[in-house]
Design a protein around this ligand. Structure first.
Ligand code: ATP
Length: 271
């Protein structure tokens, strides 16, 4: 894609390359709209998490240009970047021995002096706001480990929100959640996006959720951008064939996609 400058883009990547032992992000050029919900989809190992790591500066790309709010990544001071972009990686099993409120307070780290944590009025306000936005106030004094997986995920998002950034990067936020908690979480994210205009970029595997809950979709394949656009336009039988190598039909009912793999259709018909 040709390099373009748009005031409405929160993240702009131009010909970004990042090489690992057996894997390369290849010439990734993509623009992510400001204040919208964007999903990154694609097969396992296609580079979705790696791309988020590059954008969040967890790793440094070897070449290419990356801009946040039209400012080159290398021009950000560390603290300024941490006050602009939050990255919530895939949830890991380690469970800290702290209360929910203490856990959420970790999100305030970019606003602290290096060797002393002194909670300010702004910290308290941000923590209260994050708990309110995620509906986690009610268990603020509970131990984090004593919450269910779904509740812990809400608290993790509250911690990310407490960082008070305008861009939120979420790597597979619905993993390990049952269907009702997945929907609850996605509804919460949509509410946060609409109410506070926070740009949300999330790696998702569920194409239904990605279609229903995002304004823009980026599909990756083998370390490169395969397709971008409005989800309902991206999600076609041709797309599933090219990106996921599956034969399937796609139709929409009340805005919800219904994906039926062709093989299963035939099997179902023959029963
Ligand atoms: N630290 C690393 N060192 C070497 N290779 C890595 C490293 N991290 C990731 N990879 C490789 O890079 C490729 C892309 O990984 P990445 O996690 O970005 O994919 P993904 O699209 O997020 O996958 P998934 O959907 O399975 O989470 C994979 O083949 C992976 O093995």
């Amino acid at each position: 894609m040709k390099w373009r400058l748009m005031a409405m883009d929160a993240i702009e990547a131009s010909q970004v390359c990042y090489c690992l032992d057996d894997f390369n992000l290849k010439d990734v050029s993509v623009s992510i709209p400001k204040g919208k919900m964007t999903s990154i989809v694609g097969p396992n190992g296609s580079g979705k998490s790696t791309f988020l790591k590059v954008v969040s500066q967890l790793v440094r790309c070897q070449s290419g240009d990356l801009r946040i709010n039209n400012q080159p990544l290398q021009c950000f001071k560390k603290k300024e970047f941490a006050q602009t972009v939050t990255m919530l990686p895939q949830s890991k099993d380690s469970v800290p021995d702290v209360t929910v409120k203490e856990f959420i307070a970790f999100g305030r780290a970019p606003y602290q002096h290096q060797f002393q944590f002194r909670s300010s009025g702004a910290d308290e306000e941000a923590i209260m706001w994050a708990m309110e936005a995620t509906g986690t106030s009610k268990f603020q004094d509970k131990m984090y480990y004593a919450l269910s997986g779904g509740e812990q995920q809400r608290v993790r998002i509250a911690m990310a929100l407490a960082q008070k950034t305008e861009i939120l990067l979420l790597d597979e936020p619905t993993t390990y959640l049952d269907i009702s908690h997945q929907i609850e979480l996605m509804e919460m994210l949509r509410h946060i996006n609409e109410r506070y205009q926070i740009t949300i970029v999330m790696v998702l595997h569920d194409l239904h959720q990605a279609t229903v809950y995002s304004d823009y979709m980026i599909a990756m394949k083998s370390g490169a951008i395969a397709q971008t656009g409005v989800p309902k336009h991206v999600l076609t039988a041709q797309f599933l064939k090219e990106v996921y190598r599956i034969d399937a039909t796609v139709r929409f009912e009340d805005g919800f996609p219904i994906i039926i793999p062709v093989k299963y259709t035939k099997e179902a018909l023959s029963v």
